[in-house]
Design a protein around this ligand. Structure first.
Ligand SMILES: [Zn+2]
Length: 186
């Protein structure tokens, strides 16, 4: 009997998670760096190659002063908050449509694994950790889709990977929330 209850509760939790991730009515995105605009990144830098050790640039770099708040562009669950040598202090958030929003080179991390975040919540601050050391402080922001976008397939060395990365600059422009961060709630 106890086991059945546990299973029911687990199924309920999974259902809530699926509903949340798959059917959020709005897929709008908040600007992930406080006060930033599209003038703060180079739209041509996405998928730019060669690009250091990563080979190709899978995101955009949003430049800002060190310590500027970095906010969750989408609602979601923190699936990773920690350090790696390339990204430095990084946060990955699983959001609507099973997309992973990746924030790298943070000076500080303000969230932890498993946190459930609303859009616009501070996840950390702009820095130059990882392989951004010695470069102007910026947020490296990437959007990974776990459902391949077949039309984005290209030939060449990184052509296969291209199906799994969205252009964050284009997504931010297309689904922009507008300027007043105090209104970013859901
Ligand atoms: Zn970058």
């Amino acid at each position: 009997m106890k086991r059945t209850w546990r299973r029911l509760i687990l199924a309920g939790l999974v259902a809530v998670l699926v509903l949340f991730l798959g059917f959020v009515p709005s897929d709008r995105l908040a600007m992930p760096v406080k006060g930033a605009s599209s003038a703060d990144w180079n739209p041509k830098s996405f998928w730019c190659s060669p690009w250091g050790k990563s080979g190709v640039h899978r995101g955009i770099d949003i430049f800002a002063q060190e310590g500027t708040p970095v906010m969750a562009a989408s609602p979601g669950i923190v699936v990773y908050a920690g350090y790696d040598t390339i990204g430095g202090n990084v946060v990955s958030i699983l959001g609507p449509k099973w997309r992973i929003h990746y924030y790298a080179h943070l000076k500080e991390i303000a969230v932890k694994n498993g946190d459930f975040l609303h859009r616009g919540v501070e996840v950390g601050t702009v820095g130059c950790t990882g392989n951004a050391a010695g470069k102007p402080p910026h947020l490296h922001y990437a959007i990974v889709t776990q459902i391949p976008h077949v039309r984005q397939w290209r030939g060449g060395k990184y052509g296969f990977d291209r199906m799994f990365y969205l252009d964050p600059g284009a997504e931010l422009t297309k689904h922009a929330m507008g300027g007043d961060t105090s209104k970013w709630k859901d």
